[in-house]
Design a protein around this ligand. Structure first.
Ligand code: LUZ
Ligand code: MOS
Length: 760
């Protein structure tokens, strides 16, 4: 089935937040943010700004009718700064005016007097100062201290990993207006309507039932709107509430890039121990997470870093620690992969270093350490139906890895000024929110009298095609054509207490809830038909929009079946509730069974580096991905392609640069480079691993949003391998992104760079 939105998207008809027709008298808002990275407000003078014609109000913390608090997991983030400023661009006030232009102009007239403090943007520096956002956590299995003694080889090193701007096409935005009885309705570009509702209720000092949040669709999110849409939505909700006027905000790109958090940069120390036959015996790592100025989702992201810190491998002895360091950057937040990519990059760096030192290719270590059925992940879950090795074997065979290697060697012998590099990137990603209670969803299904169907779920459509998948689920169970079904906007008054659409779980959780509701409805309709036909229960079936009696098609069409049931006063509405079975996690022991299942895959990446310029081009990425039994290959293959390219961007060209005062220097697309048509691989092959599919996945079709992001990490190691074949005396460090500039430096580096690997 085609994505239901595709025609409307390409013809510009899909309605995004900024397309919603506004009410008469709607005001427009702009955020006034901190002019320093760290400091204390001595005074703010709004007088000149307020005099500007067209200014309606300037809303500050003093206008807040509830709590000045938007921290979700940990309460450490004010909506508006009161005295202390912790990052450049931190919201101080909301300027509300007749139009955004006027509001922006007023922003330049605000005078603020600040006492400046030291700005810290490096997580290790913050750690040294003792600035942690919340307590550190460790996972462990076996005893590393004992295990080192048995290792033949031990290597230690360091990995540094950059952040990433989400760059959703639609920036953050929200539109709020008063409704009956002093209630507030909010349209928000959010992945988490309940998070918006809860945050706004708290700040406005209202019960949640007085806040209604509605979301039609998002122009991309990638995690950036899991938590951080809430602040902007709450600002306009507060303004609408106190001013009793409709108020709208749409961030302009530089404001969005400056004010919102990103993927967390990490810096890590690692130690890896191998046996003589290259089994990974022990692995220890300490990761410094750059959390930014407030906790936001960092505790949950820390957790996923821990979970995925051994990637696809079985390591019998581990000790993994993450420190979440408080720095003067915008609070870093969810981003596709959610801490896993940084953990995975670190162990892949450790493996690459070990391979360098042993003078073997990394895949020799990778291929013999894949976790197998019955082995234990370091968090206690026993591996079942593991497909790591299966995707690896299929990739090696199908894409003829021997030939690829031969061609690479030949090419590198022939060319002085160009070198090819190849890498293999295995992926293993756990599906489920790591916080077990979040794995629940509801779906409200109405069958209307005319036989058409309307479905409301907690899922947010953000371009990933979740609405299409929900329609497929319902159409299959109700046995009707997909054009009879419409998925409604996501609205907190229809579906309450939703988890954000995140963790790749949107289609699974909301699909299962829809399945459950539809199963009840179809049974009710069947019973109604049994009654009308005065036959036995097993004799009636509903197929292809018709009632079948003892396998024979009757004349009763779906529409008549529905109408008849309605006239008999049968309930044509059902609310399905789904909670993922089997999962649990005990935080006191850091052990459990947190994931419903895992997604696996292997990517082979080939690059050619121009050794004169340090530039590179990716020839080919070839992937074998475990989709389970994909319910929609068009959507799922698209997700793999998009995630791959997003991951490659993160690993190669997307580089965040901050001024010493914490101001983002790369705050536009002229300075922050993302993959374009010239940077993407010349070809991408994706093959599905043939499997039965995962029992807990919706229609056995595995979640697909995040796991393929990790394939992008292969780009780093492919470049690194090419660099090594040009400059064999140099062991390039593990500092992502591998920009053209860094590549050039490495090509001509003469000795071990500072902070480089050492062998113990
Ligand atoms: N969000 C969240 C996520 O709250 N919990 C998770 O485990 C998660 N995983 C991936 C992406 N977003
Ligand atoms: Mo996410 S990183 O699944 O919001």
């Amino acid at each position: 089935m085609k994505n239901v939105d595709s025609i409307n998207h390409v013809t510009g008809k899909s309605v995004y937040l900024d397309d919603i027709p506004v009410q008469k008298g709607t005001l427009h808002a702009v955020v006034f943010g901190s002019p320093v990275g760290h400091g204390k407000i001595k005074s703010v003078d709004y007088a000149e700004a307020k005099k500007l014609p067209g200014i309606a109000a300037i809303i500050t913390h003093e206008d807040i009718t509830g709590d000045n608090q938007i921290g979700g997991i940990i309460e450490d983030e004010p909506l508006f700064a009161e005295e202390e400023l912790h990052f450049y661009g931190q919201p101080i006030a909301l300027i509300v005016a007749k139009d955004a232009f006027t509001a922006r102009k007023a922003k330049t007239l605000i005078k603020v007097d600040v006492e400046e403090y030291d700005v810290v943007t490096d997580p290790r520096e913050a750690f040294k100062r003792g600035d942690l956002l919340f307590p550190s956590r460790s996972f462990q299995m076996g005893i590393v201290e004992e295990a080192w003694k048995t290792c033949e080889y031990i290597f230690e090193g360091r990995a540094d990993i950059g952040g990433q701007e989400h760059l959703y096409i639609e920036t953050q935005g929200s539109y709020a207006y008063p409704t009956d009885n002093g209630s507030i309705k909010i349209h928000s570009s959010t992945q988490g309507p309940t998070a918006v509702q809860k945050t706004a209720a708290r700040v406005l000092g209202l019960p949640m039932h007085r806040i209604e949040v509605d979301v039609a669709r998002l122009g991309g999110a990638f995690g950036g709107k899991e938590d951080q849409a809430s602040g902007f939505a709450t600002m306009v909700a507060l303004a609408a509430y106190v001013m009793k006027k409709p108020v709208k905000i749409t961030l302009d790109r530089p404001d969005d890039m400056q004010m919102t958090g990103k993927r967390h940069p990490y810096s890590a120390d690692y130690k890896i121990g191998l046996s003589k036959d290259l089994k990974i015996v022990a692995y220890q790592t300490t990761l410094y997470q750059n959390g930014g100025a407030a906790s936001d989702l960092s505790p949950a992201i820390m957790e996923r870093t821990l979970f995925h810190s051994t990637n696809s491998y079985y390591v019998p002895n581990t000790f993994v620690t993450v420190h979440s360091c408080k720095t003067n950057l915008p609070p870093n937040t969810a981003f596709r992969g959610f801490g896993a990519p940084q953990g995975v990059f670190t162990i892949e760096s450790a493996i690459a270093q070990a391979a360098d030192e042993l003078n073997i290719p990394a895949y020799k270590i990778q291929e013999i350490n894949f976790i197998r059925d019955g082995q234990e992940f370091q968090y206690g879950q026993i591996a079942e139906n593991v497909n790591n090795k299966a995707t690896y074997d299929q990739a090696i065979k199908q894409y003829d890895f021997d030939q690829i290697q031969k061609e690479t060697t030949d090419f590198n012998k022939k060319h002085v000024d160009k070198k090819r590099g190849v890498s293999i990137m295995p992926v293993c990603f756990g599906i489920s929110f790591t916080k077990t209670p979040m794995n629940q969803a509801r779906s409200l299904v109405h069958i209307y009298q005319d036989g058409s169907v309307g479905i409301s779920t907690g899922a947010i459509e953000m371009g990933q095609g979740v609405n299409t998948k929900i329609i497929q689920v319902a159409a299959g169970i109700l046995s009707i054509s997909t054009d009879k079904i419409k998925v409604e906007s996501t609205n907190t008054t229809r579906v309450a207490n939703t988890s954000p659409t995140a963790a790749s779980t949107g289609a699974d959780l909301n699909g299962h809830a829809t399945r459950l509701a539809c199963e009840v409805l179809i049974n009710r309709l069947r019973h109604s038909a049994v009654e009308s036909l005065k036959c036995n229960d097993e004799e009636v079936e509903i197929k292809d929009e018709y009632v079948y009696l003892n396998g024979e098609k009757t004349k009763v069409h779906w529409n008549e079946l529905v109408e008849a049931a309605f006239l008999k006063r049968v309930c044509l509405t059902e609310n399905g509730h789904y909670a993922t079975p089997k999962i649990n996690f005990d935080k006191t022991k850091e052990k459990g069974h947190p994931f419903a299942y895992h997604v696996y895959g292997t990517a082979i990446t080939q690059v050619i580096v121009d050794c004169v310029r340090g530039t590179y081009e990716f020839d080919k990425v070839q992937i074998v991905h475990d989709f389970g039994k994909s319910m929609n290959p068009t959507i799922d293959f698209g997700q793999v392609e998009g995630a791959l390219v997003q991951g490659m961007g993160w690993m190669t060209m997307e580089e965040l640069a901050f001024h010493p005062n914490g101001k983002l220097a790369s705050e536009s697309l002229s300075t922050y480079k993302v993959p374009d048509i010239y940077a993407v691989p010349k070809s991408v092959d994706i093959e599905a691993l043939e499997t039965e599919g995962a029992e807990l996945a919706i229609l056995k079709s595995k979640a697909v949003g995040e796991p393929p992001f990790l394939y992008g990490i292969g780009a780093f190691f492919a470049i690194r391998n090419a660099v090594k074949s040009f400059n064999s005396s140099h062991k390039p460090t593990f500092r992502a992104p591998y920009t053209h500039e860094k590549t050039l430096m490495d090509l001509y580096a003469t000795s071990l760079a500072k902070g480089a690997v050492k062998k113990s």
